[in-house]
Design a protein around this ligand. Structure first.
Ligand code: HEC
Length: 111
């Protein structure tokens, strides 16, 4: 009985750590990302801005994965804007977009 309990505990612990690692791989701090996105991207990507309005809910998680895939930004018209940011900042924006994507549990519009 005690053994079984230990195995179950170990399993739970492992699952939680792996999930944690995967989350860390997705990287980024969503709250910081929201701030950075507003500061660095929204000046153009808003209604009436120079570029199309962009909010997390404009794309699905798979679509955001594609946008933030390695070096993909280099094909965008605003590549220079991305290059002003650190990899960490971009990862934070990725986390924010992904966490609040169209098909996420909490889709968000930027106001
Ligand atoms: C100086 C203005 C400007 C800034 C700042 C800017 N962009 Fe852009 N962005 C554009 C323009 C112009 C296009 C191409 C036309 C369009 O898509 O509206 C574009 C295109 C894009 C696209 C492709 C369109 C799509 O829907 O897939 C994405 C994604 C994007 N930008 C994300 C970002 C992110 C993230 C940031 C902040 C790091 C950012 N942009 C900052 C002007 C800007």
């Amino acid at each position: 009985m005690k053994r079984m309990l230990i195995s179950i505990m170990t399993l739970v612990f492992l699952t939680v750590s792996v999930a944690g690692l995967m989350g860390a791989e997705k990287g980024g701090n969503s709250r910081k990302g929201k701030y950075t996105f507003r500061k660095s991207c929204r000046e153009c990507h808003m209604e009436g801005g120079k570029a199309q309005e962009l909010s997390p809910a404009n794309k699905t998680q798979a679509q955001w994965d594609a946008v933030f895939a390695a070096d993909q930004y280099k094909s965008l018209a605003c590549k220079a804007e991305w290059e002003k940011l650190s990899a960490g900042d971009i990862n934070d924006i990725y986390a924010y977009m992904w966490d609040h994507a169209f098909d996420s549990p909490s889709p968000a519009k930027c106001k």
